[in-house]
Each structure stands twice: as C-alpha cells, then as structure tokens.
Ligand binder design. Structure first.
Ligand code: SF4
Ligand code: F3S
Length: 107
C-alpha cells in the first residue's frame, strides 16, 4: 500500500483525497493516513500532494519506515474518520511545509 509520511503533519492539504478511487484516507487533527487494507496501489494520490508526503511502503526510506505502522494503526482508530472531500489546509501549512523533523507534533 501507499503510506502518508511525516511531511503531511501540520499541513494536511487534503488534495490527495479528491483523487483516491477507494476513499481510503482517514483524518486526524493534523495528519491523514491511508488504510493499508483498502489501498489498491494505484499511486495517483502521490502527485497530488504538494509536499510529497505519500510514498509506496515498498520504497519507504528508513527514517520514515515507522509511518507504515502509524498508518495501519490510525486508520483503525475509532477517533479517526474517513475523509472523502478536500478541505482547507491547516492554518499554518506554509510555515510547516518545509520543516523536518515534525513527527513529535503528530496528534
Ligand atoms: Fe488511494 Fe490509490 Fe493513493 Fe491507494 S494509491 S491511497 S488507492 S489514490
Ligand atoms: Fe497530507 Fe499531502 Fe494529503 S499534506 S493531506 S498527504 S495532500
């Protein structure tokens, strides 16, 4: 499956959800995740993300590898809801777009 990584945190542009044929994105306060059992590996969401946050789990870099587990866990968290439509990015998205690390800010 494809995986949302650290770059999404505090930005949450949501362009990705508009193209997903499976509607398999789930939303939390400052991050989105992909449900690994629903993603069909079409890859069309990758190019939509302005900060390049979406990667193939099979090609993930070691520093982002923990996001495979994070996507799987949060997609099944009852507090995280399926998101089907784009919405405005988070208010400080421009400030956070180029910032790493920001893993510690994931809520
Ligand atoms: Fe959806 Fe395709 Fe992206 Fe998987 S790779 S999350 S199915 S758009
Ligand atoms: Fe996040 Fe990029 Fe989607 S910032 S919400 S993965 S478009």
């Amino acid at each position: 499956p494809f995986v949302v990584t650290e770059a999404c945190i505090q930005c949450k542009y949501t362009d990705c959800v508009t193209v997903c044929p499976m509607d398999c994105f789930f939303e939390g306060p400052n991050f989105l995740v992909i449900h690994p059992d629903e993603c069909i590996d079409c890859s069309i969401c990758v190019a939509e993300c302005p900060v390049g946050a979406i990667v193939n789990a099979a090609e993930i870099t070691p520093d982002q590898a923990e996001f495979i587990e994070i996507n799987a866990r949060l997609a099944n968290d009852p507090n995280w809801k399926r998101i089907r439509r784009a919405q405005a990015p988070l208010p400080d998205h421009e400030q956070w777009a180029g910032v790493l690390p920001k893993k510690h800010l994931l809520r």
